[in-house]
Design a protein around this ligand. Structure first.
Ligand code: ZN
Length: 67
């Protein structure tokens, strides 16, 4: 049981370090494109989830404050 807790802590530590180095992930709504294309492919609008930058702050990064 102790091994499981230690393993969990190690994994959480690795995740926290990764969130410090790579604080952003692709927006879930537009998958990082920052915009939604019309069916024709010519027109598009900016993604309202990420405001057009195509990225979201990862959950682990929020623990350390704003990037
Ligand atoms: Zn988006």
């Amino acid at each position: 049981m102790t091994q499981l807790i230690v393993l969990g802590l190690v994994l959480a530590g690795i995740y926290a370090i990764q969130c410090l180095i790579w604080p952003f992930a692709a927006c879930r709504s537009c998958s990082g494109a920052g915009k939604h294309r019309s069916p024709s492919g010519k027109a598009f609008r900016t993604c309202s989830h990420c405001g057009g930058n195509g990225r979201r702050v990862r959950l682990g990064r929020r623990l350390f404050g704003k990037p």
